[in-house]
Design a binder for this molecule. Structure first.
Ligand code: AMP
Length: 420
């Protein structure tokens, strides 16, 4: 081992599980690509203020968990704790919302950073696939995004999860609820920090995980009872579209994304096999965020799915993904000349789309055949001087042990026919 280990709260993705991790990303992104979402990549660090405004001054993410970078010049930079604020910033900066159809539909894949107390399913660097649709207020768009998330999760083979759904109201009804909730919270026995949070951002208090706080919240007013007619109708349409698409959901009146610019639809996917860190993804509508960042009104909706936790959920459900073979053919050369010939054949096979590896270093036939077995290949290609003189290579089926001589110039077509 070297003197160094991966920093606390991070881990290395190594073969073979890294292949499954990559497949999870691809599977979650596939429904988005089929639905007109374009790929976006933004920097992993941004002006710290983007996150304090875009995620919220009173959230744990900003107050306690941000990785801020040593100041250079006058800018304070932070590693991104989430994706939405950066995507909105990028859209506004490039004026994407003025250039084509609205909504602007984007998806991303990347790593995010939060200085959390690490535990299983909670890391300081984690990976998300995210989607954002900016510039339209339409229940069908909220439903589309939820359905696409559900399609991705389901396509992986996961079944033991729930979709929690709530509405957070809008500019009209939310302030009335907010005031009622604040009144209620002022009558409780809360510590100073929580009292302060109740004043800045009372909805966040509903999300407090501590039992002593939750016990006091039993009789708290619920936003559902304060929704205006417009919000109710919007919410009902989202639900009707989900139901029609066969996406099951559970009402969770306490589910909040407690920032002022989050509106209406909010949701979370929760897996039943993950213990404390059970949220595998979540999102919602954030109609006020673009304005908070100095842009025009741009009603939007989006989500982030946690790749690390979805991978753990697959393990918890015992799902193994159907991954393409990393090596289908493994070439073993007996002698220098054969090595050169097989090296050229390996290149040819790879260019023809056949996953091929070969023995490197001086190994001897026995060790080389062991390597062939370990590689998981279906066939070994073996050639020595005599084979080459006859213009053939030996093709050995590593499952049955059967071996046949194949003319060198027919090798690529023979292997292609086997549809490896
Ligand atoms: P959030 O932005 O907090 O709603 O996060 C969206 C999703 O990202 C969550 O549902 C988790 O699946 C995942 N996630 C958030 N924080 C972490 C973390 N520290 N470690 C691993 N996954 C995380």
């Amino acid at each position: 081992m070297s003197t160094f280990t991966a920093p606390k709260g991070t881990y290395d993705l190594l073969p073979p599980s890294s292949a499954a991790f990559l497949a999870v990303r691809q599977e979650l992104a596939a429904p988005l690509r089929r639905a007109g979402y374009g790929y976006i990549e933004t920097p992993v660090f941004e002006d710290t203020k983007l996150f304090s405004r875009g995620v919220g001054e009173s959230t744990d993410i900003v107050t306690k968990e941000m990785f801020t970078l040593t100041k250079r010049g006058s800018e304070d930079l932070a590693l991104r704790p989430e994706g939405t604020a950066s995507v909105v910033r990028a859209v506004l900066q490039a004026n994407l919302h003025k250039q084509g159809n609205l909504p602007v539909k984007l998806w991303y894949s990347g790593n995010f950073y939060r200085y959390e107390r690490p535990q299983k399913g909670r890391y300081r660097q984690f990976s998300q696939i995210g989607a954002e649709a900016l510039g339209a207020e339409d229940p069908a768009l909220d439903a589309e995004l939820i359905i696409l998330a559900d399609d991705g999760i389901r396509a992986l083979g996961l079944t033991d999860y729930r979709l929690l759904l709530n509405s957070l109201g809008d500019k009209q009804c939310r302030p009335v609820y907010r005031a009622a909730l604040q009144d209620f919270l002022r009558g409780l026995d809360l510590d100073e920090d929580t009292q302060r949070r109740a004043e800045i951002n009372p909805l966040r208090v509903l999300d407090d995980k501590r039992e002593a706080v939750q016990a006091q919240l039993a009789g708290a007013p619920l936003l559902r009872d304060y929704l205006c007619e417009d919000c109710k109708a919007y919410d009902e349409q989202v639900r009707a579209l989900l139901t029609a698409a066969g996406v099951a959901f559970v009402d969770d009146p306490k589910l909040v994304r407690g920032l002022d610019y989050y509106t209406r639809t909010t949701f979370e996917f929760v897996h039943n096999g993950l213990g404390a860190q059970s949220a595998i993804g979540g999102g919602g509508r954030y109609d006020g965020l673009a304005e908070m960042l100095g842009g025009p009104s741009l009603p939007s909706v989006g989500w982030g799915l946690g790749v690390d936790r979805i991978y753990l959920a697959l393990e918890a459900e015992g799902v193994t993904l159907d991954l393409p073979a990393t090596t289908s053919v493994y070439a073993v050369a007996l002698g220098e000349e054969a090595k050169n010939v097989l090296f050229a054949k390996a290149t040819e096979l790879r260019r023809a789309g056949v996953a091929t590896d070969l023995a490197f270093g001086v190994k001897g036939i026995k060790n080389a055949m062991k390597s062939a077995d370990r590689s998981g290949a279906r066939f070994a290609l073996i050639a020595g001087d005599r084979d080459l003189a006859d213009g053939v290579v030996q093709l050995k089926d590593l499952t049955s042990g059967e071996q046949t001589a194949v003319p060198l110039d027919a090798l690529v077509t023979t292997l292609k026919e086997k549809q490896l």
